[in-house]
Design a protein. Structure first.
Length: 167
């Protein structure tokens, strides 16, 4: 047997991500939006949709998909708060926007099975909120004439709070 093989295996194991993770602390820290910022994001997003002539609901969730804020405009449909929340949850959970997911999860595509995840919704309007390269939450919009319009309102809302996300 090659005597250098055990040494090589030991060397590779100590360089593996698992060995590095084992040395780290047992607790993690992460950034999350304060309720005031989540509310501002919802308000800015709602305002963007109003300017475009849309009555919508807006949901903001934290990085785990837990609701922080839901706003529904006066004439938005009764289904829109739940739909906005599910779009936000989907964007936070999968760390990608739902407009892209809508395309990538079509029947026959490799990721089509994601459509069977409970609470996930593959319709445009859910966008992750990132700060310093990490997802800190997501915003979901429902009620515009289509997912692309919901998506645009969400992007405008995020842009309005971008300066506050810099840390």
């Amino acid at each position: 047997m090659n005597k250098s093989l055990p040494a090589l295996v030991l060397f590779l194991v100590t360089l593996s991500p698992w060995a590095v993770a084992a040395e780290d602390d047992a607790l993690v820290t992460f950034k999350s939006m304060k309720p005031e910022l989540a509310l501002e994001l919802a308000q800015q997003t709602l305002q963007a949709c109003r300017k475009a002539g849309f009555q919508v609901a807006v949901a903001v969730v934290d990085r785990a998909g837990v609701v922080q804020v839901i706003l529904r405009d006066r004439l938005a449909g009764s289904h829109t708060p739940e739909t906005a929340q599910r779009k936000a949850w989907t964007a936070a959970s999968f760390r990608t926007d739902t407009l892209s997911m809508m395309e990538e999860t079509q029947s026959g595509k490799p990721q089509s099975g994601i459509r069977f995840v409970s609470e996930a919704i593959m319709a445009g309007g859910g966008v992750p909120v990132t700060a310093a390269g990490a997802v800190v939450g997501a915003v979901g919009v429902s009620g515009a004439p289509g997912g692309e319009e919901d998506h645009q309102c969400a992007l405008i809302g995020i842009e309005a709070i971008t300066e506050s996300l810099m840390f």
